[in-house]
Design a protein around this ligand. Structure first.
Ligand code: BDR
Ligand code: CA
Length: 314
């Protein structure tokens, strides 16, 4: 087998983050060097604990989990308990984790990992607000070349926002971090709402997880049952969009995806449109094409991959 791709998962679990982490841990093509938690869907004390719960669910208490930024770079933290529940991981009854949180800060872990890596070696998978990654790049710009790619879920153009009419949650929470990361000079691949809204958790798809009859399959179905209830009502669809696992699925099966290299700028000035990703899909400006913007996914292929991989756990 080819060398495994080395990734760090930066995340704010979140039910869809949890499914993304399970997908990564189930996939032999990927080597998860560590998980770094950031404040987002719920405060940091919960996101770091949730990350450990998911590692234990996957039977991987050996994965180092670090806590990072408790607040965005500039703005006050906004959370989303109304979507994810009080714990951030409402749905299944997962035991309190017994694996330890690593000592040290997530940003130090990211910097130390880059420092020990070769050029172009590390892929950063960002499933939440981009605060930790922006802090690492700001403190160690000389190590940016060690980053092969930053793959991130966030933003939207055609679908509008899901937190304000203009902004998607991850970018809205820390727009300054997003703008810095999108302009860091390393390849950035973005999975916006325009893409993730194609990946609906229909009854049949959720039932396929339940039918596995494993701990992971049952927990995944329960996570998604909880997660979809809010968006089903909001959008009037059968099931809700599944966002974050696209970041990992894209690493595993890029042929399922298509997009374009375009310019994306993040609004950080206007309160009305704060966190909007101004995505130049039609290339009407000559601003630098800094982001690989994913637009379409073969959603049946995405769910087939996810189901096949999660069935390997337990
Ligand atoms: C993003 O925000 C969070 O609620 C989800 O985990 C996902 O990362 C979707 O807008
Ligand atoms: Ca997330």
């Amino acid at each position: 087998m080819a060398a495994r791709r080395k990734i760090i998962i930066d995340t704010d679990p979140g039910q869809d983050d949890a499914v993304a982490i399970l997908l990564a841990l189930a996939s032999p093509e990927l080597e998860v060097l560590g998980i770094t938690a950031v404040a987002g869907n719920v405060p940091l004390a919960l996101t770091e604990k949730n990350a450990r719960k998911i590692c234990e669910l996957a039977g991987r208490p050996d994965i180092p989990v670090y806590a990072g930024a408790a607040q965005p770079l500039v703005r006050k933290l906004v959370t989303a308990e109304y979507v994810h529940g009080k714990t951030g991981l409402d749905g299944p009854d997962l035991p309190e984790p017994t694996m330890p949180l690593q000592p040290g800060h997530a940003v130090d872990f990211i910097i130390e990992t880059l420092d020990a890596a070769a050029e172009d070696e590390i892929t950063l998978c960002a499933l939440g607000p981009l605060t930790n990654i922006a802090l690492a790049l700001n403190r160690a710009p000389h190590l940016a070349g060690r980053i092969r790619e930053i793959v991130s879920m966030g933003g939207g153009l055609f679908e509008g926002g899901n937190t304000t009419p203009a902004a998607e949650f991850n970018i809205y929470v820390d727009p300054h971090a997003a703008q810095a990361v999108f302009h860091c000079g390393r390849p950035v691949t973005l999975h916006p709402l325009d893409l993730t809204h194609q990946c609906l958790t229909t009854r049949e798809r959720v039932d396929a997880f339940r039918a596995m009859g494993t701990r992971v399959g049952t927990a995944t179905a329960e996570l998604l049952d909880f997660f979809e209830r809010f968006d089903e009502q909001k959008y009037g669809t059968e099931g809700g969009p599944l966002h974050d696992p696209n970041v990992i699925a894209w690493l595993l099966a890029p042929e399922l995806y298509s997009g374009r290299q375009i310019n994306v700028e993040v609004e950080t000035g206007s309160e009305l449109t704060m966190g909007m990703t101004v995505a130049d899909w039609w290339r009407v400006t000559d601003r630098p094409r800094n982001v690989h913007y994913m637009r379409y996914v073969d959603e049946a292929g995405f769910y087939a991959l996810l189901t096949e991989r999660l069935a390997r756990l337990d």
